[in-house]
Design a protein around this ligand. Structure first.
Ligand SMILES: C[S@@+](CC[C@H](N)C(=O)[O-])C[C@H]1O[C@@H](n2cnc3c(N)ncnc32)[C@H](O)[C@@H]1O
Length: 454
C-alpha cells in the first residue's frame, strides 16, 4: 500500500491524503486556491518595501503555498518583461549560440540581462517540513494541466464552434447513451457536473517556471541523489501518471544525467538540447528563467519544525503556518512553539494560518500578538487567522465577543515545555488543565452572550 493517496480537489489541483496521519493535506475546496486565498493574497507582500522579503513556510508539504507565492512574486516583479533591448539580445544570442567559440559572449549577454533586473526585490523562502519524500516530490505534482483545465480551456473553444454548450453536451449524451442506453440520465448528470467545475481563477495558477525552479533548487541541495530511486519509481509508475507531470520528470532526469554544473562547452549543447526545446524552448524563456533564479532563494529544512526553528535566526516578514489541525499535530500549535515564531517575525510581519479555532487564536493572544481574521471577499466570509506585533496590520480584529470566547475553557492552549513533548503528552497535559480549570465553558459563554460571531 502506498503512504499517500492523491486526489483531485475541486479547483483541479492535486491533494494528498496521508494514511499515517489519517488526515488530508489539502482541503477539498482546492489545494491551489487555498494557498492563494489563505496565504499568498493576505500576506500583502507587494506592500513590503524591502530589498529582500523573507518568508517562513512551516509545513511545506508538496509546496503549494511556496509555489503560489513564487508565482505571485514572479508576476508582480514583471520578470517576464520583454522590452526591445531584451529582444535585441535574444536575437543576438540566437545567432551567436550557433558558434561554440562565442560562448563567453552568450554568458556576458545573459548576465547583462540579469543585471538589468537589479531594481527588483528579492524573495527568500525558508521551507520547513518533516517529510523528505514530500519535498522531493513536490515539484512534480501537476498544477496546471488537470482534467478541469482541459475542460475550461478546450471545451469553451469547441462550444464556440457549436451554437451553445447544451448542444454539445446533448451530443455527448447521445453518443454515450448509444453505448449504454440505460445510463442516459447518469451520463447527463456526470457531464453537467464536470462542466460546472471550472471555477479555478486564472490568477490562481502556478507560473510555468516555478516547478522547474524548485527542481533546480532541490538538485543543488541533493546533487546526484535527486531524484533518488524511490522517487523515480514513484514518478514513473503508470498509475501515478495522471498526478505527476511527465515533462518535469523528463527534465529532472535530464538534469541528473548531464549534471547541473556543466562545462561551458557542454553548456551550449545542453542549451540546445531537445529537452530544453520542450520547456524553455525560446531563448527569452531561458533568460527569464535564470533571472528568476537570481531573485528567489529557497532553503529547505527537513526536520521536525520545532528543531528547525531553533536553528533559524532571521527576521521574517511573513510566516505561513499550515500544520495539520491542532488535535492531530498539537506540537506545532503550542504556546512555546508560537513563542519561537514571535521571536522571529519582523515588527510589521504577518503570521497567517487557515485555522479559525478559538484555541489557536488564544495561543496567539497569549504570546502578545494582535490577532484578526482573514476575510475572503469572493466568499464573503472569514477563512483563517492573521497575527502581527503591529496592531495597524490587522484589518479585521477579533471582536470583544470573540476575545471573550478565547477566555473560556475552549481557549485553553497546548503546552510543550522545551519543544520536545510527544503528541500524546501534549494532549494529556491540556486535558488535565481543562478538567481542573475554573474558566467558564464555551457553551455557557455562548448561552449568556448569544451566538454572536462578531
Ligand atoms: C496540512 S499539510 C501541509 C500542506 C502544504 N502546505 C502543501 O502546500 O502541500 C501538513 C504538513 O505538515 C508536515 N508536518 C507534520 N508534522 C511536522 C513537524 N513536526 N514539523 C514539520 N512538518 C511537519 C506533514 O508532513 C505535512 O506535509
Amino acid at each position: 500500500m502506498r503512504d499517500y493517496e492523491p486526489y483531485y480537489t475541486e479547483d483541479g489541483s492535486i491533494g494528498l491524503y496521508s494514511y499515517a496521519d489519517k488526515d488530508v493535506f489539502h482541503s477539498k475546496y482546492g489545494a491551489l486556491t487555498e494557498a492563494w486565498e489563505k496565504f499568498v493574497i493576505p500576506s500583502e507582500l507587494e506592500s513590503i518595501n524591502k530589498k529582500e522579503i523573507k518568508v517562513l513556510d512551516i509545513c511545506y508539504g508538496i509546496g503549494y503555498n511556496t509555489k503560489a507565492l513564487m508565482s505571485f512574486f514572479i508576476e508582480k516583479n514583471k520578470i517576464r518583461k520583454k522590452n526591445l533591448i531584451e529582444k535585441f539580445f535574444i536575437k543576438l544570442l540566437h545567432i551567436v549560440s550557433k558558434h561554440t567559440y562565442k560562448i563567453f559572449k552568450i554568458k556576458k549577454l545573459l548576465s547583462y540581462s540579469i543585471d538589468s533586473l537589479d531594481d527588483n526585490k528579492k524573495l527568500l523562502i525558508d521551507c520547513l517540513e518533516i517529510n523528505e519524500e514530500l519535498v522531493n516530490l513536490s515539484p512534480f505534482f501537476k498544477t496546471i494541466k488537470t482534467p478541469q483545465e482541459y475542460y475550461s480551456y478546450f471545451v469553451p473553444e469547441i462550444f464556440n464552434s457549436f451554437d451553445s454548450y447544451y448542444k454539445l453536451r446533448d451530443l455527448f449524451v447521445n453518443i454515450a447513451s448509444r453505448y449504454s442506453p440505460k445510463n442516459r440520465q447518469e451520463i447527463k448528470d456526470l457531464l453537467n457536473l464536470k462542466f460546472q467545475k471550472m471555477h479555478i481563477d486564472k490568477e490562481y495558477k502556478i507560473h510555468p517556471f516555478v516547478n522547474y525552479y524548485l527542481i533546480n533548487a532541490l538538485y543543488e541541495l541533493y546533487g546526484e541523489n535527486f531524484p533518488d530511486e524511490n522517487i523515480k519509481e514513484n514518478l514513473i509508475k503508470g498509475k501515478n501518471r495522471r498526478f505527476f507531470d511527465k515533462s518535469l520528470i523528463k527534465y529532472a532526469l535530464f538534469n541528473q544525467k548531464y549534471g547541473y554544473n556543466k562545462s561551458s562547452k557542454y553548456d551550449l549543447s545542453t542549451f540546445l538540447h531537445n529537452i530544453y526545446y520542450d520547456y524553455l524552448s525560446r531563448r527569452y524563456k531561458k533568460i527569464d528563467f535564470r533571472a528568476t533564479q537570481e531573485l528567489i532563494k529557497l532553503n529547505f529544512y527537513i526536520n521536525d519544525a520545532r528543531k528547525s526553528i531553533l536553528a533559524l535566526d532571521k527576521e521574517y516578514d511573513c510566516i505561513f503556518l499550515d500544520a495539520f489541525t491542532y488535535n492531530k499535530a498539537p506540537q506545532l500549535w503550542s504556546v512555546e512553539f508560537i513563542a519561537e515564531l514571535y521571536k522571529r517575525i519582523s515588527p510589521t510581519g504577518l503570521l497567517l494560518t487557515y485555522s479559525n479555532s478559538v484555541q489557536i487564536r488564544n495561543t496567539l493572544l497569549e504570546n502578545k500578538f494582535y490577532v484578526g481574521k482573514i476575510y475572503n471577499k469572493k466568499l464573503n466570509k472569514f477563512i483563517g487567522t492573521v497575527a502581527s506585533k503591529d496592531k495597524s496590520k490587522i484589518k479585521y480584529p477579533l471582536s470583544t465577543y470573540e476575545i471573550g470566547l478565547c477566555n473560556t475553557k475552549a481557549g485553553i492552549p497546548y503546552h510543550d515545555p522545551n519543544l520536545s513533548f510527544d503528541k500524546k503528552d501534549i494532549l494529556e497535559l491540556r486535558e488535565y488543565e481543562f478538567k481542573h480549570s475554573d474558566l467558564m465553558s464555551s457553551s455557557r459563554y455562548i448561552k449568556i452572550r448569544g451566538n454572536n460571531n462578531g
